[in-house]
Design a protein around this ligand. Structure first.
Ligand code: V47
Length: 363
């Protein structure tokens, strides 16, 4: 079938279940054999996840957009003097979650925000405590490694001590944001005030060692090169070998509008599919790969289920970060839209909770 492929040796490796290395990753990212790469990723995806595709009924909650870091990649964070600056009181945040619960039976709150120097660390723990008290049934997937490292400076209790405080307040797991691209030379250009790769990985390592699961991301399609992407994926794979605490990997497609990198075009659909598929191939120890429909659109997310993805994230309700950067997708969708989309792609829709327990399946 792939007699004329330049990737024959890689095909053989994948078919034999052998791990791919840095050079394999480079060749895949430099190849335009999208169909071959997609075929391989789909093969691995079906071995791992069968004919099932997952989604979660959730809501995003961004308590504040005030952020001292002002990353060039980001259109969400603003200074506290900006006309669009906001910070929810804890009561407001609880009300927002309550409004959603009136409409959909969400099982998860995905909570991330800016690093707002005016907020004490007790705001972050207080928010979790109030949410858990009001909605004990909800899973709180909260705060990126970047925010946790920031909080650790405020609490003075180190990463583990801070994670313990957050867990005692109601934290159930960590989302995968803030990873961007690990290479320092890229971080200097896109997020120079954020923690470095080692610190990002250290937060997830500490969380995993405490028994908290987490996700991982990679922001692609800006100033990085293929070697940076491969390096990023292999560093995640190495940590996963060590801890086994990552559940899902989510490639994040860069949206340039309203950012300081607005001169860049952002990734193409071809690159979106290729990146998802290569992630599936390199991250052989990650159980799940998510196609984040907010960023690649519903139609491509559906196709992505045939290119290595086994999860299309969730209903979301009120996405702000990518929409600040010009996303044209809806800010959220009803559960039944996700079910229909998965079905029409030829997979069995499975509503999961945050830790991938099956809640309902549409056979
Ligand atoms: O941390 C910021 C990225 C992330 C832009 O863990 C941008 O289940 C594109 O992490 N264009 C937030 N991306 C999203 C995120 C996420 C989403 C869905 C599920 C999970 C999970 C995590 O978005 C940020 C940052 O890396 N981001 N600005 C932008 N202009």
């Amino acid at each position: 079938m792939f007699e004329n492929s330049q990737l024959k040796d890689i095909i053989e490796k994948v078919e034999a279940g052998q791990r791919l290395g840095f050079e394999d990753g480079m060749r895949l990212f430099e190849s335009d054999e999208l169909y071959t790469i997609g075929y391989l990723a789909d093969r691995v995806r079906r071995q791992k996840n069968g004919r099932v595709a997952y989604f979660v009924v959730n809501r995003h909650l961004n308590p504040t957009n005030v952020c001292y870091a002002r990353c060039t990649l980001c259109a969400f964070g603003v200074t506290k003097k900006d006309a669009t600056a906001y910070t929810y009181s804890i009561e407001d945040a609880v009300e927002r979650a309550r409004e959603t619960l009136g409409r959909e039976s969400i099982t998860e709150l995905h909570i991330v925000g800016g690093m707002n120097a005016s907020l004490p660390w007790t705001y972050y723990t207080g928010l979790l405590t109030a949410l858990k008290q009001a909605f004990p049934q909800l899973h709180l997937k909260a705060y990126t490694a970047v925010e946790i490292a920031w909080l650790a400076r405020l609490t003075g209790k180190g990463i583990e001590g801070t994670l313990e405080l957050l867990r005692a307040a109601g934290l159930d797991s960590l989302p995968g944001g803030g990873a961007e691209i690990f290479a320092d030379e890229v971080r200097e250009k896109i997020c120079d005030h954020k923690i470095g790769a080692d610190d990002w990985l250290a937060v997830h390592r500490a969380a995993h060692k405490m028994g908290l699961v987490s996700n991982a991301t990679m922001l692609y399609g800006h100033v990085e090169e293929p070697r940076h992407r491969v390096d990023h994926l292999l560093r995640l794979r190495a940590l996963q070998d060590e801890t086994g605490g990552f559940q899902a990997f989510i490639p994040l497609a860069f949206h340039p509008e309203n950012t300081q990198l607005a001169n860049l075009p952002g990734p193409t659909g071809f690159d979106d599919l290729r990146t998802l598929a290569i992630s599936r191939l390199l991250l052989d120890n990650f159980p799940h790969i998510k196609a984040y429909w907010i960023q690649i659109g519903m139609k491509l997310a559906q196709v992505a289920l045939h290119f290595g993805a086994d999860d299309i994230d969730g209903t979301i309700v009120d996405e702000k970060i990518t929409h600040a950067a010009g996303a044209t997708s809806a800010a959220g969708v009803p559960r039944d839209d996700l079910v229909g989309l998965i079905r029409q792609a030829g997979f069995i829709p499975v509503q999961r909770d945050t830790v991938y327990r099956e809640l309902r399946r549409w056979d």
